[in-house]
Design a protein around this ligand. Sequence first.
Ligand code: MN
Length: 410
Amino acid sequence: METWIDIAENSDFSIHNLPFGIFVRDGRGTPGVAIGDQIIDLHAASKLGQFDSLDFDKAVFEAEILNPFIATGKSTWSGLRQILQDALCDQGSILHEFKSKILVDRLSAEMRVPVSIGDYTDFYSSIEHATNVGKMFRPDNPLLPNWKHIPVGYHGRSSSIVISGTDIKRPKGQTLPPDADKPIYGPSKRMDMELEMAFIIGKPTALGETVSTENAEDHIFGKVIFNDWSARDIQKWEYVPLGPFLGKNFGSSISPWIVTMDALEPFRCESVTQDPEVLPYLKTNGSNNFDINLEVDLSTEEGNTTTICRSNFKYMYWSMAQQLAHHTANGCNLNIGDMMASGTISGKEKNSYGSLLELSWGGKENIDLNDGTQRTFIQDNDSVTIRAWCEKEGKRVGFGSCIGKILPAD
Ligand code: MN
């Protein structure tokens, strides 16, 4: 595919990608598609007739969120993506003729959370992560008996999910200091991040309905990078018996561009072998993972940057299809815009651990930074950047980045 737009060879936003997001134009949230260093304004392109051949209500592009567009259904998302791919390769297209009205500079654009997220679930689906964390608390019995039978998860707080670039204030909370017999209240001393990805529901279900693993991906609109900021000391004191609560819900960050399942299809790969065998409702054909490279950078206040983790989405023990089938196995409904996150994505090697908790082995080992300083957990004014991208046979499909900076507590 030869496009008339200049795109850097290593751009995440190639002609093979075309992810959807919400950018700000004239003070309004506007649906757009990223291409190279530009954004296609879908509302402007639609008004000029670029999508006339596709039958859907064009008023969806007047909304300041993507939910109405997503509700038009998979054939519309795929059809629109195809029209854009063709138009980007055709100098006679409406897009080319009116490019000065339709294209906007991506690098200076302000981005917003692209969907109204009704419900958010966080899974715990990396066996390396679950084993590492389990080992710190239960050296002889790291994985709990349910772990290989159930994609373990919990319901999180959707309204504190923020767009990449939003600062996060260090949370205060109740913790039990080491060797103390009474808890204290104050700023978290064990501020952490979690390298995750999340998928966004594109097709709803009614209460009482179940979704099979085979049909699960039809319900997914696309994926983003997700950073599940975690205050480990608050989490440790509060999590028994009902799981994560205030150690997690003070803020989570997502990347602005939703990469569609169509764009990810060439990067599908084999699932991890599951032993023991899972129950029939969780069985898949075995190719439900995706080869997505992941990197985490930690940048100090002075601007020194160290890559602290290199991982891959393909390490996930439980696939998105299994997570979604399990989520609906009891008849729990799905709504457009719901977000389901993977859980921390760790690999086998130490440099592929997706949290500082694991990289510093519970705060016992220093993580060396390029400027000669060390970390066990995140310091005030440190920034964390997660990047994600697929690459195969000269095709690159990336997610851009998800950035967040930890500000001091009040
Ligand atoms: Mn998490």
